[in-house]
Design a protein around this ligand. Structure first.
Ligand SMILES: Cc1ncc(COP(=O)(O)O)c(C=O)c1O
Length: 401
């Protein structure tokens, strides 16, 4: 019998998210009420003016093949947004519209990595990355721990640069970073980004900057794009998404801005050969999202912040779960070492499922066996109830310490 799929790890193992969701579904089928703090997708509906723009565009016949790199009006609008909001000046042709940030990252890795090449991933990283890199023949990657140490300030920017330098090998071609970060909620500061940029310039590396959560910032945090730092625009590919900002996960809309050197590669080649572009009506609706009122964006951002605060308030008084307060995105990466008692993070995830609280194991995001990721992308009532159950479990009468 011919071989049906290539013999690679990525095809053999279900994602951690799929495993947790399946375990939660089994319990739900038995009648248990599960609080879903494992999923990374906004629980809000897409704002109505964006939905309406899609309907209008479909009726107007925006249903045909378009330029595989994206329709011009959206690329022009995004170039304007990139310049005004991110400080990235670019030609519309260097903005390529993709089927979400996932597609953009996948195309970039295909474009940038030859067999034997390596990319460093600041960690903890978005859990899809190793699997995505597993699809690129011969590509290698290594994790460089960063966000947690930056959050608790045990790692200064100079220390981050030193850590990156110490991780370099002759086959290292680039660095992937993600700010605001999934799963820690860290938002990299200008100084921290300067440290990464310094190493990239020094060693002629490119940088893939995943800024999918750029609008989800709490308190006084501000977002900086590394492409704006001196000498970085020629070596940085910056990836953005409509998924989180506008609660448009299912629409599959994202974009990447890259140096002109990639102009013949991303749109006319890789987009053309993979999806042949995003549904044009969806792109027109994306234009409405960009140009329309942003009140819903701000309402959602404030809701995530309120949920974050409710979680931290709800967990007060117990010592088994400790977490740095996220400055952005909608996740809390919690240190649960005090609750593990020589068990694994998966054991703990299963124990929490018995309590009706679904989260993801820290090992999904790199070598973090003493952590779990708690998502805030669910109703505030559920976040409060999850905190209550956990607090009771760890601080109530007869509680585990
Ligand atoms: C860091 C990060 N990058 C990219 C993505 C993918 O986003 P999209 O829906 O635009 O493909 C996600 C989704 O969770 C993410 O967390």
């Amino acid at each position: 019998m011919p071989r049906l799929v290539a013999d690679r790890e990525v095809f053999r193992r279900a994602s951690d998210l799929a495993q947790v969701m399946a375990a939660a579904a089994v319990r739900e089928a038995d009648g248990q009420h599960i609080l879903h703090l494992e999923r990374g997708e906004p629980d809000f509906d897409t704002p109505p003016h964006i939905v309406e723009a899609l309907a209008v565009a479909v009726r107007a016949g925006e249903t045909h093949y378009a330029n595989p790199g994206g329709v011009l009006p959206l690329r022009v609008a995004l170039a304007e947004k990139l310049s005004l909001e991110n400080g990235i000046s670019c030609h519309p042709e260097d903005v390529v519209i993709t089927a979400g940030a996932t597609h953009a990252l996948s195309l970039l890795f295909q474009a940038l990595l030859s067999p034997g090449d390596e990319i460093l991933l600041l960690s903890p990283y978005w859990m899809m990355l190793p699997r995505m890199l597993g699809l690129v023949e011969g590509a290698r990657w290594r994790a460089v721990p960063a966000y947690l140490d930056l959050m608790d300030e045990s790692l200064a920017p100079a220390g981050l640069a030193a850590r990156l330098r110490a991780s370099l090998r002759s086959e290292t071609r680039g660095i992937y970073l993600n700010t605001p970060n999934n799963p820690t909620g860290a938002v990299l500061t200008l100084e921290q980004l300067e440290a990464v940029a310094e190493v990239a310039r020094e060693h002629d590396l490119w940088v893939v900057s995943d800024e999918s959560y750029e609008n989800l910032l709490f308190d006084k945090a501000s977002h900086v794009s590394i492409a704006t730092l001196p000498g970085m625009s020629a070596r940085t590919m910056t990836v953005f998404s409509f998924s989180k900002t506008y609660a448009m996960t299912g629409w599959r809309l994202g974009y990447v801005v890259s140096p002109p050197a990639l102009r013949p590669v991303l749109g006319p080649t890789l987009c053309a050969l993979t999806t042949y572009g995003v549904f044009p009506a969806v792109q027109i609706a994306g234009l409405a999202a960009l140009r329309g009122p942003h009140t819903a964006v701000d309402t959602m951002r404030r809701a995530y912040q309120a949920r974050r605060d409710a979680l931290f308030a709800g967990l007060e008084g117990q010592h088994a779960i400790r977490a740095p307060k996220p400055a952005g995105a909608f996740y809390v990466f919690a240190d649960v070492s005090a609750a593990l008692e020589r068990r694994t993070t998966w054991d703990l995830v299963r124990e929490w499922l018995q309590l009706g609280v679904a989260v993801l194991p820290g090992t999904a995001f790199g070598p973090f066996p003493e952590y779990v990721r708690i998502s805030l992308a669910t109703r505030k009532e559920d976040v409060v109830e999850a905190a209550r159950r956990l607090r009771e479990h760890y601080a109530g009468p007869g509680a585990k310490k």
